[in-house]
Design a protein around this ligand. Structure first.
Ligand SMILES: CCCCCCCCCCCCCCCC(=O)SCCNC(=O)CCNC(=O)[C@H](O)C(C)(C)COP(=O)(O)OP(=O)(O)OC[C@H]1O[C@@H](n2cnc3c(N)ncnc32)[C@H](O)[C@@H]1OP(=O)(O)O
Length: 171
């Protein structure tokens, strides 16, 4: 299959935080943000492979900054690496702060999607060819994150995760 660049899956969504989206502190409710991120990442995965995709796992979520009511929130998702049927998708979340409209990074998440056929069986997706320094860094780390996700879901034995182990154990 012909490799695709991360930029080909780039998906940008902009949302406005309304009262219904907030928690008791009047900040964006985390569950609402997770839903927006899942949607944005799913579209990016679909753009990469042009097939039906399902969320296999949420590998990492980091809520770095509370997002106040009234904020304009921009989500940017790109496929960082593909394996056989699975794709790692990074979602970066930005808010426009104050009247000057300064953009700050508020959150980040990493999802895994799997392309499936009409019966829900996993099917092959194109590989990823990273271009920028950040895309290359994310591509390189994806194998370790995949191994961690598979260990946590009971689909891989820790002793098989050679790249992940190499982070901690120098032989
Ligand atoms: C014309 C049309 C226009 C349409 C325009 C729409 C555009 C926009 C699209 C938006 C589409 C909606 C997006 C909704 C997104 C949901 O909300 S989906 C709902 C929530 N998710 C689900 O219900 C998924 C339920 N789980 C499953 O169906 C199955 O477990 C899975 C994920 C398909 C995996 O199947 P399996 O039989 O366990 O397969 P298995 O061979 O073990 O693994 C297959 C691959 O998954 C990976 N994997 C499995 N588990 C994990 C895990 N926990 N962590 C990481 N990787 C894993 C494996 O490593 C393997 O990867 P590869 O080596 O192939 O790369």
């Amino acid at each position: 299959m012909k490799p695709k660049k991360p930029s080909e899956s780039l998906t940008i969504m902009t949302e406005l935080v309304l009262p219904n989206d907030t928690n008791n502190l009047k900040n964006l409710f985390g569950g609402q943000l997770l839903s927006w991120m899942d949607r944005c990442a799913a579209i990016a995965a679909h753009r990469h492979c042009k097939r039906i995709v399902v969320t296999a796992s949420v590998n990492h979520v980091s809520f770095q900054h509370p997002i106040p009511e009234g904020s304009i929130v921009t989500l940017e998702a790109k496929v960082s690496r593909a394996f056989y049927s699975s794709m790692e998708v990074f979602v970066d979340v930005f808010i426009e702060e104050n009247a000057r409209g300064e953009r700050i990074k508020a959150n980040e998440a990493i999802y895994t999607f799997v392309a499936v056929d009409q019966l829900g069986n996993p099917i092959q997706v194109p590989p990823v060819e990273p271009e920028t320094e950040l895309e290359k860094k994310r591509y390189d780390g994806a194998l370790r994150r995949r191994q961690l996700a598979l260990i946590l879901s009971g689909k891989m034995k820790p002793e098989e995760a050679t790249e992940l182990k190499a982070l901690f154990i120098k032989e």
